[in-house]
Design a protein around this ligand. Sequence first.
Ligand SMILES: *Cc1c(COP(=O)(O)O)cnc(C)c1O
Length: 355
Amino acid sequence: MKHNFGAGPGILPHEVLKQAAAAVVDFGGIGLSILEISHRSPEFESVLDEAVKLVKELLGVPEGYSVLFLQGGASMEFALVPFNLLPEGGKAAYLDSGVWASKAIKEAKFFGETEVVASSKDKNYTYIPTNYKIPEDAAYFHITSNNTIYGTQLQHFPKSPVPLVCDMSSDIFSRKINVADFGLIYAGAQKNMGPAGTTLVIVKDELLGKTGRKIPAMFNYQVQIEGGSMYNTPPVFAIYVSMLTLNWLKSKGGVAAIEQENVAKARVLYEEIDRNPLFKAVCVPEDRSHMNVCFVMENPDLEKPFLKLCDEKGIVGIKGHRSVGGFRASIYNALPITSVYVLVDAMQEFAEKNK
Ligand SMILES: *Cc1c(COP(=O)(O)O)cnc(C)c1O
């Protein structure tokens, strides 16, 4: 077995993969594959119902919110959010905390004025900007809870005078959140919830239908809500595997329990990075992510040999994003702490050899 630190699509629980594999051949003993049943069949309808129920239960989604499973990834939501929430002639506010945030800003510009309240681009996004003012006349304020590429994470969410919209692609279900603090949350499934192919959207119903704009059906949250995420054929398999993963999370004690494990995993890894003379962390300590741990070597010539050692130990996916370099260890929900210990051991062994 490998130790999968890949950033996305990321690790899934082994038991989920086994269940999914079995369902590809015979789904629940009905003699048909999950891949060949109708999305309108009672079997799939109960999968989708269960997935929605688990999202609501695990995150404590209050009344007045809808849960959608859409397609197009988080990148599609970059456009759908302003399409559905930014009125003609209106303005939206954004926090620029990384490449994903800046892509969201770029898409919003198609629909109206965008005000970037602050940016950490000046230091290659190694911190979360603070001390900004959220304009009260904005339709919404958009943030990215976890910056997957740089390894920064909002440890506290800002108090916003306007609805808060959050891209939670890489840390949803990793820690407790108060959904009522948000107007809209979205997340591509493939980091912490399931396989690529579906995108979770949780939206406060009362925010919709106010743009004065005509929206094509597939891009219209209202239409998707009315169709129960089945305006057209939904991504059946991606929703099924997400449902299994959420069930796995529930059986582990839910978000509060996994949060404790995630904090423990991050602590073990950052402690080693701070202690080990060969490595150093990329981001400012107070904004360090508990999901994507970015670090570099004091001597970049040692990076290749370290990757080779990792490879020998079955550690995969730790090469950093090309815009940061060095290493990025993604420690998503499904990664056991034992894998973190294997990485820490490799770092210690490597430091010993390169004294
Ligand atoms: C991966 C990621 C995206 C892009 O997701 P796609 O599903 O590939 O569009 C957007 N935002 C964040 C924070 C991500 O981690």
